[in-house]
Ligand binder design. Structure first.
Ligand SMILES: NC(=O)c1ccc[n+]([C@@H]2O[C@H](COP(=O)([O-])OP(=O)(O)OC[C@H]3O[C@@H](n4cnc5c(N)ncnc54)[C@H](OP(=O)(O)O)[C@@H]3O)[C@@H](O)[C@H]2O)c1
Length: 335
């Protein structure tokens, strides 16, 4: 089966118009990101995705750390060339596999990170390699220059950046053409649109990948109370899911669900179809086949102008749904 294929940027990368976010398939240290993980079901989800044409997988060395890339290696074994793999580096991980919670964008760290990711993914090339966060102490030109060397060496196909401002994108693109920028984007999170980043990407011919397109599950309507989240769930630390915002946000989710029902689709599908209608590529995360199949169906839904207007009047641009990260992580965004 083939999904709609789209150009991700102008450098030659072609991908299906929806990807598969793999982050939640493994925990982080001892904690789960989004509830209990199940390796067998996660691998089955990656295989089912390929059957349905969803061969664009998103991971990072940070996830686990390393466990996520290793899980993907296991899932794609024998079929490497059928998948398009995107991974990321930049959150510093030391030689004892401990995350230091610093960002490292030095050229030495780029060279070290790629070797680790190639080893963990059991491959000799990565299709799309992202700088996960900007190292504010290192000129982006140095980081992207080193990534450009990896392209020349054939270790990576294309270069991406994550959570960067227009100014950073322009500086980076002048050193080596950038194919994609990945940042959080959903009905609940439109900062990159408000800050003009999407406009800059369109001008430069760079693709935009929306991470957490379901608002980390909020827009699915499956989370009705904070108590629905397991004790060690990552989302409990995010203001958007906390007391002061939760109840207001649930009201928005209910209005989105009502509109979805009118169209005989789910709120997740409506949220994804809305992103695709903007020419943006969502990478919804799931660790189960049941959700994956629904999400892939969403990639074929075409919304009318009136659907889009109704949806955007429920959550107009600028709606305050609470911060998407705690204070520490907000400080690492480039805005
Ligand atoms: N660049 C970055 O800094 C960055 C940051 C965050 C994420 N990402 C990437 O973006 C990907 C997606 O983001 P995300 O996983 O954070 O958030 P998301 O895609 O907005 O939401 C994931 C959550 O939604 C649930 N879900 C998915 N499809 C559903 C459906 N059809 N019905 C009901 N629930 C559904 C999942 O449940 P289950 O888990 O139970 O299946 C999971 O709890 C990640 O996997 C990761 O690769 C990148």
């Amino acid at each position: 089966m083939k999904l709609n294929q789209v150009k991700l940027g102008n450098q030659g990368l072609i991908v299906p118009n929806i990807g598969l976010g793999c982050m939640g398939m493994t925990g982080f240290g001892d904690a789960d990101m989004y509830g209990k993980t199940d390796e067998k079901e996660a691998i089955a989800t990656i295989h089912r995705s390929l059957e349905l044409g969803g061969n664009f997988l998103d991971t990072a060395d940070l996830y686990g750390p390393f466990k996520n890339e290793q899980l993907i290696a296991k899932a794609i074994e024998g079929n490497r060339n059928k998948y398009i793999i995107a991974t990321k580096f930049g959150w510093e991980i030391d030689d004892n596999d401990q995350v230091t919670w610093k960002i490292n964008g030095t050229k030495e760290y780029v060279k070290k990170s790629i070797e680790r990711s190639l080893k963990n993914l059991k491959t000799d090339y990565i299709d799309l390699y992202y700088m996960h966060r900007l190292d504010k102490n290192v000129p982006v030109e140095e980081t992207v220059g080193a990534m450009g060397d990896l392209v020349k060496e054939g270790k990576i196909g294309y270069i991406g950046l994550s959570e960067v401002s227009s100014e950073t994108v322009k500086k980076a693109h002048a050193v080596h053409p950038i194919s994609a920028v990945q940042s959080e984007f959903s009905l609940f999170e439109r900062t990159v649109e408000e800050k003009g980043v999407i406009k800059t990407l369109n001008e430069l011919g760079i693709g935009f990948v929306a991470y957490s397109p379901l608002g980390r599950g909020f827009l699915s309507g499956q989370i009705r109370s904070i108590d629905d989240l397991p004790e060690n769930d990552f989302r409990r630390g995010i203001p958007r899911f906390q007391e002061q915002y939760f109840h207001k946000n649930i009201e928005l989710v209910e209005a989105i669900e009502n509109l979805a029902q009118e169209k005989n689709i789910t709120s997740s599908q409506l949220a994804l179809a809305w992103i695709i209608s903007k020419g943006i590529l969502p990478i919804p995360g799931t660790k189960r086949r049941k959700y994956l199949e629904k999400n892939i169906e969403a990639s074929k839904i075409v919304l009318s102008e009136s659907d889009i207007q109704k949806l955007e009047s429920i959550v107009p641009l600028g709606t305050d749904t609470g911060a998407p990260y705690d204070e520490f992580s907000m400080g690492l965004l480039d805005y």
